[in-house]
Design a binder for this molecule. Sequence first.
Ligand code: PLP
Length: 384
Amino acid sequence: MPNIYFDHASTTPLHPEVLSVMMDIYQGPPGNPSSTHSFGRTAKRHLTQARDRIAAVVGCHPSELMFTSGGTESDNTALRGTLNALRHTGKRHLITSSAEHHAVLHTSKRLEEEGYSITLLEPDGDGIISPEKVQNALREDTTMISLLYVNNEVGTIQPIAEIGAVAREAGVLFHVDGVQALGSIRLNLHELPVDLMSFTAHKINGPQGIGALYIAKSVPFQPQIVGGSQEGKRRAGTENTASATGFAKAVELSDEHFEEKNRHISLLRETFIHGLEAELGSSAFVINGHKERSVPHILNISLLGADTETLLMNLDMEGIAASSGSACTSGSLERSHVLKAMSLPPDRLNSAVRFSFGLGNTLKEIEYAVKKIATILNRIRSKV
Ligand SMILES: Cc1ncc(COP(=O)(O)O)c(C=O)c1O
């Protein structure tokens, strides 16, 4: 049986070149970047170079990147670090959306319990939050807007530049979760009207457990992890030099192969959709998310007449790994909060499966999966 991985929005395989640069550090001499002796200075050089290389690709100053343990920490810290720093202003209003990743949603919920006021914007049926909606939600006491660049469940790309312009005009900070954008959308942070952006390495064939938070120079920020003076006194704790170096390698590789990778993934996506149309007919399924404003690697499909869990189980038995949505909710019977926020009808909500493609996936795998999906779907439907 094949072993087909269509869950790259959840995590991706480590690129061999990333592993190789990490192994060089793991197998080399020890070194804490804060130590002043030669071992420490070597580690510090690796760390500095990693930060410089990532900054060069995403278009910011290296000092504006703070390494974190991943996207979740970056999101938590972006919200708390800035809102706490601005507490003295008495302004306590945060605008976000009900289709965000749980890292932002759950942090917002906590902040609400601590006395902040949260506005949760509803996306439209394609997952888009319009700049007008953001504009209308602004208040005198709004401090921050936090939105996803690319929705991790449906792949919809938000109009970040336009929303950023609204934020700038109002003098409100703008945090963007760029976890699924890195590698799929070319970024130039200094050209975007964005103040903070979250990243993680493991969605772009880098190691798990490391990410970064872009914090523009002018942004007030209160450290959330205190202790030593690491990361420009913004995040205490000995840095993960090997992972930071692996992250930098992954960012460079994704930049170098950007066009080729996205062309290949778009071809996989189109072949998948056309294959399903040929096998099942176009009325048998619906693609969730925006038709044009979407990244190619995330394809969320409702296979009408079947149930998500049954589909995932049957796919798994055929050697195909897909997901019901975000990694945090996969494995549970909870319906996707993103699809609910998009107000999808029950038949689409209950039959949605996310296929997400990446490096290593082939057309042969797509053709196999399409055939299996058709067989599975016909079997399930014949039982109803
Ligand atoms: C959009 C988005 N934000 C944040 C995260 C969390 O990132 P991490 O797994 O690195 O904590 C994820 C991961 O699923 C994500 O897709």
